[in-house]
Design a protein around this ligand. Structure first.
Ligand code: CUA
Length: 316
């Protein structure tokens, strides 16, 4: 594949240069003709105004030539577009989820990777990416691959938007959100790691094993990563978009409930309510940004358990 970073590069770049060169020629040609006319027909060179009648031949020329040019542009643009929308049969599927302000990549075996870890794929393999947003419109953008597609929420009965690519060269490439999606839009900066097939197989086995281990040893921590919570809630006490989860148990907080301030002590009841209805009590000094998450009662228990563990670490 002549060393291009992805299978779309040649088509997209060809269309770009085609349009760029046609535009440049038109700019030079039209500007040149305007300057020529200004000089040739100014009052000094042409004291008697020249009366010009219509010219059928000329009109046909300036209708036919632009039509041919735009048909050329349409042909090459459409050719590249059809390729981008036609996913090869043998493509490997990786589900992409986006939220404020994180990415999640889910592999067929359930392995999940987040913004900080990036999307890891094997080289020379078509990758099919169904795109799903849990909140607002995001845009999945990998400039080096010439891939850019809107990530929208899914309504009942609708099909997911999707994109695909086939990387042609191992390396790390930028992956980010190209649709302004709120305060921390810039935080949706991630990487695509393209590995050789052997490196990919080794990575995949290792990452799957590590995730299974984390899930069995600390299900709450695994959830915190996979649900994207850590994009807004730190576990080390530092303040992000939301309150840190460290040392929360027993802490006294001022919260806003239905617009009225009240003081609470963080306990399991409060945490359970906040996990199930994030907008119910907003800690003073924070914005009501957290979306309601579809969590099972077991998942809520696991998260609360982990928040307890984080508080015990502080006490030591
Ligand atoms: Cu997501 Cu910008």
């Amino acid at each position: 594949m002549n060393g291009a970073t992805s299978v779309f590069v040649s088509d997209v770049d060809f269309s770009f240069w085609l349009i760029f060169i046609i535009s440049a020629l038109c700019l030079v040609g039209i500007t040149g003709f305007v300057i020529f006319s200004i000089i040739k027909y100014n009052r000094k060179n042409n004291p008697e105004p020249t009366h010009i009648e219509g010219h059928t031949g000329l009109e046909i020329v300036w209708t036919v030539i632009p039509t041919i040019l735009v048909m050329f542009i349409f042909y090459f643009g459409m050719k590249g577009f059809i390729k981008m929308r036609s996913v090869p049969e043998n493509a490997m599927e990786i589900q992409v989820d986006a939220g404020m302000w994180w990415w999640k990549f889910t592999y067929p075996n359930g392995l999940e990777q987040t913004t900080g870890q990036g999307l890891t794929v094997p080289v020379d393999t078509p990758i099919y990416l169904p795109l799903h947003s849990v909140d607002v419109i995001h845009s999945f953008y990998i400039p080096a691959f010439r891939v850019k597609m809107d990530v929208v929420p899914k309504a009942e009965g609708e099909k997911l938007n999707y994109t695909w690519f086939e990387a042609g060269k191992p390396g790390d490439y930028d992956l980010f959100c190209a649709e302004y999606c709120g305060l921390n839009h810039a935080q949706m900066l991630s990487k695509v790691h393209v590995l050789s097939q052997e490196d990919y197989d080794a990575w995949f086995a290792e990452a799957s094993k590590a995730q299974a281990k984390l899930k069995s040893e600390s299900p709450g921590k695994a959830l915190l990563i996979s649900k994207g919570c850590i994009a807004c809630h730190s576990t080390d006490g530092s303040k992000l978009i939301g309150p840190s989860l460290k040392g929360l148990i027993g802490k006294t907080e001022t919260v806003l409930t239905d617009g009225a301030e009240r003081t609470i002590t963080v306990d399991d009841t409060y945490l359970r309510r906040s996990l199930n209805e994030p907008a119910a009590d907003i800690v003073k000094g924070f914005q009501p940004l957290m979306p309601p998450l579809p969590l099972t009662p077991q998942e809520v228990d696991d998260l609360i358990q982990y928040i307890h563990e984080l508080s015990e670490e502080t006490a030591e």
